[in-house]
Write a protein that binds this ligand. Structure first.
Ligand SMILES: [Zn+2]
Ligand SMILES: [Zn+2]
Length: 340
């Protein structure tokens, strides 16, 4: 099969022929890839930052995958050949304590598609029955592939704070990109109150406006916007999809007493005097991907037309151009690679 392989760090992916994966163990499923979303984490993998997450060349990247069931191993009963599916990126055993608690992201026997196991920048990928969510009829896998990571990460983060987005509250979303444009809609759908969208890019601010933000402001205006809209009280919730040192500082400065800062993007350093967090009883919450039920629930919202996903399609052979576009900040919404 055709695949884009991370053969070594700091170099373009190698477009090559690899043996087609086959079901090896009971519960294995081979998926014919219909679309694979391209994520900033793929850049981090190429840059050699993701060894702790299990990336070791040679590896096929791609962790936001959807397609059709191509072959099933022994004992598979919940899907059949031909079913359209989204691939939840974490493998989970179902038997360990985190799995039994429903926290399949933290399975002690877990692996992750496109990081510690081969992913979807290819024509086929090997996963297990437990990782699949069946798609409703009429949904094209390439249109929903980014929900497998960008979408569930946003969903997981919003679900944790949406009870705080009460009527009369002010919530700020920083970064209206691949994740943030979904997070903004989810805050509307699962919460209430006023939603403020912040982005440095004018096109992203326009998108935020289209997707229902009550107020839209530029990157340097987080604190000002939060204070203006609350008579100086500050934001009840800030969800930060950027995670730079400056968005960390702005988010904490914009927060109301009793407010919650939800961190999704990463890379910066967050520092705060503990006396200020204690005196103001503020919370900082971090988020990593999401659970299988998060993905299931998000797809329910998608099927009901309550979440719109902005994607642009590219051929798998264009993977290196797409990665460079993403590095330059030129991808609007989410880029999806389509093989064949
Ligand atoms: Zn990702
Ligand atoms: Zn487990």
């Amino acid at each position: 099969m055709r695949a884009a392989l991370l053969a070594s760090y700091h170099s373009p992916l190698e477009l090559t022929e690899l043996p087609e994966p086959q079901p090896e163990r009971a519960g294995d499923v081979v998926v014919r890839v219909g679309g694979a979303g391209v994520c900033a984490t793929d850049l981090h993998s190429i840059d050699g930052w993701m060894e702790e997450a299990g990336v070791r060349p040679p590896r096929v990247l791609g962790h936001e995958n959807a397609g059709w069931v191509e072959a099933v191993g022994e004992g598979v009963s919940s899907v059949r050949v031909g079913d359209p599916v989204v691939v939840y990126p974490a493998y989970s055993c179902g038997l360990c304590l985190p799995c039994r608690r429903g926290d399949d992201m933290r399975c002690v026997n877990g692996r992750f598609t496109g990081l510690s196991a081969d992913g979807g920048f290819a024509e086929h990928l090997l996963t297990t029955e437990r990782s699949l969510v069946k798609l409703a009829p009429g949904i094209d896998p390439a249109d929903v592939a980014p929900h497998a990571d960008a979408g569930i990460t946003a969903y997981h983060a919003v679900r944790k704070v949406c009870h705080l987005a009460r009527p009369g509250s002010v919530s700020v979303v920083i970064g209206i990109g691949g994740l943030g444009h979904i997070g903004l809609q989810l805050l509307r759908e699962l919460g209430s109150g006023t939603v403020v969208a912040i982005d440095a890019d004018e096109r992203c601010r326009r998108l935020a406006d289209e997707l229902g933000a009550d107020h839209v402001a530029g990157a340097g205006q987080v604190v000002e916007a939060a204070r203006d809209l609350t008579g100086g009280r500050g934001a009840d919730v800030v969800i930060d999809f950027v995670g730079s040192s400056s968005t960390h500082a702005d988010s904490l400065a914009a927060l109301a007493r009793g407010g919650t800062y939800s961190v999704v993007g990463y890379g910066g350093t967050l520092s705060a005097p503990s006396i200020s967090l204690v005196a103001n009883e503020q919370s900082v919450v971090a988020n990593l991907v999401g659970t299988w039920p998060d993905l299931y629930e998000l797809l329910e919202l998608h099927s009901a037309g309550k979440v719109v996903l902005r994607t642009e399609r590219h051929h798998l052979e264009e993977v290196n151009d797409v990665l460079e576009m993403l590095r330059r900040g030129e991808v609007f919404g989410r880029a999806v690679l389509v093989p064949g």
